[in-house]
Design a protein around this ligand. Structure first.
Ligand code: FCB
Length: 444
């Protein structure tokens, strides 16, 4: 008997993203994505890796769905690659590209696994980037058409939809920092891109509602626990709140309240686009839930010379291979904060840990004890949040398999299933066997 039981109907699953696992990026008439282009630019990705093959999931999806079934997954979060459906970003649907997701959805349903589809996990068609990408307002209209094409084909079977994955990450890393595709580095562009992404989100939700689909739709945010270095120092407390506004609330405040957080206006001044009446109504198109991706916390010191007059400092604790602190209580904290601030149902749409468990042990198994402990301690915090009244509906672990970890390439392993990138062999790790039991018993 599990010690901590989850509510009946709690959704257990894993999460993934198209470019990180599929491979065959140009197959069946697909267009190039910005990630394809970026990863092929020299010096962008560790060890010169790219997503040309990745986990070869595009060709091996049946085997992967069988694996998910063996693990007893109730749900599988995946993303749809826009350039497979619209190779140049718009126009007529590329039927062969769409057919892949059609087959995937059917295979999942046959296996009794609920599909959760993300429309955008960072792979903009390169053709649209060449016309300005997300800095161009038209991209939001193109996204609405793409979303509509996907809904028309799949919403009869997919009941859980996410418009965007981590808009703060891809706009900031892609347009301000330049470490992600498309590799631009001008933060005023990132602010414009973000505004257009919010429009695109609103249009897509409207299209979804207009079709009166049976399912639910939301958006997924990258959320960290921002904790003051000294909780008794009002300056540190205020600095943590500013960091939180930028990382966690930049995109949700406009969707729920119709405004950007005040801290963004203070930091960026006139460079932050105004939200006019039309934008406000569009942004506030009601969503059904929020997705929370949680990995770590940031300890924040006030620092007048820092970004948002804040500076992150290091904890004394365990760190993952990503150099992210393991801080389970942060998941409880952010779930509580989101629940109290926004009052919407929540899903943990990503949570997991990269550890260096590349070696297969004598019994053919990766004994990924650190990952298992990470997952268990974070699930305890989900349970605690539910006990405290948070409307948490499900947990989608990142990730089923080791995969292409963006600018880190294949060096960082997050899977509960080991992927040998040479042979494409999949080997469930200890954490996968543990997770199967959690799902079976609906508890830990
Ligand atoms: C998140 C991304 C996901 C994955 C994890 C480790 O920010 O959404 O694709 O890379 O981090």
């Amino acid at each position: 008997m599990p010690v901590l039981r989850f509510p009946d109907g709690f959704l257990w699953g894993t999460a993934s993203a198209a470019y990180q696992i599929e491979g065959s990026p140009l197959a069946d008439g697909a267009g190039a994505s910005i990630w394809h282009e970026f990863a092929h630019r020299s010096g962008t990705i560790a060890a010169g890796d790219n997503g040309d093959v990745a986990c070869d999931h595009y060709r091996r999806y049946r085997q992967d769905v069988a694996l998910m079934r063996e693990l007893g997954l109730g749900a599988y979060r995946f993303s749809i690659a826009w350039p497979r459906l619209f190779p140049s970003g718009s126009g007529r649907v590329n039927a062969a590209g769409l057919a892949f997701y059609d087959r995937l959805v059917d295979a999942l349903l046959e296996a009794g696994i609920a599909p959760m589809a993300t429309l955008y996990h960072w792979d903009l068609p390169q053709a649209l980037e060449e016309q300005g990408g997300w800095t161009c307002p038209d991209t939001a209209d193109r996204f609405a058409d793409y979303a509509d094409g996907v809904f028309a084909a799949l919403a009869d079977r997919v009941r859980l939809w996410i418009t965007f994955n981590e808009p703060c990450m891809f706009t900031w890393m892609g347009y301000a920092v330049g470490a992600h595709a498309p590799g631009r580095s001008e933060f005023a562009q990132a602010l414009r891109a973000a505004h257009n992404v919010l429009r695109a989100h609103g249009y897509a939700v409207r299209r979804f509602r207009a079709r009166r689909h049976a399912g639910t739709i939301g958006i997924t945010l990258s959320v960290q626990a921002h904790v003051p270095a000294n909780a008794d120092d009002p300056d540190d407390v205020a600095a943590a709140a500013r960091s939180r506004a930028f990382n966690n609330e930049w995109f949700v405040d406009p969707i729920v309240f119709g405004t950007y957080p005040a801290a963004l206006r203070d930091q960026f001044g006139d460079l932050l686009p105004d939200i006019d009446e039309a934008d406000r109504a569009l942004f506030q198109t009601p969503v059904d839930f929020l997705g929370v991706n949680y990995y770590t916390r940031t300890i924040v010191h006030a620092d007048p010379s820092g970004f948002f007059e804040a500076r992150a400092c290091r904890a004394i604790g365990q760190y993952t291979a990503m150099d992210w602190e393991v801080y389970p209580a942060g998941l409880w904290l952010v779930l509580k904060q989101f629940h109290e601030r926004y009052g919407l149902p929540l899903y943990v749409t990503e949570n997991g840990a990269g550890f260096e468990d590349e070696t297969v042990g004598p019994h053919g198994r990766v004994e990924d004890v650190d990952r298992l402990r990470y997952l268990q301690s974070h699930l305890e915090m989900c349970h605690r949040a539910i006990a405290d009244g948070v409307d948490l509906r499900g947990y989608l672990l990142w990730s089923l398999m080791d995969n292409f970890e963006w600018s880190f390439g294949f060096a960082k392993r997050f899977g509960i299933v080991r992927c040998d990138f040479q042979t494409q062999q999949r080997t469930p790790k200890l954490s996968a066997l543990w997770y199967r039991r959690v799902i079976e018993e609906n508890g830990i």
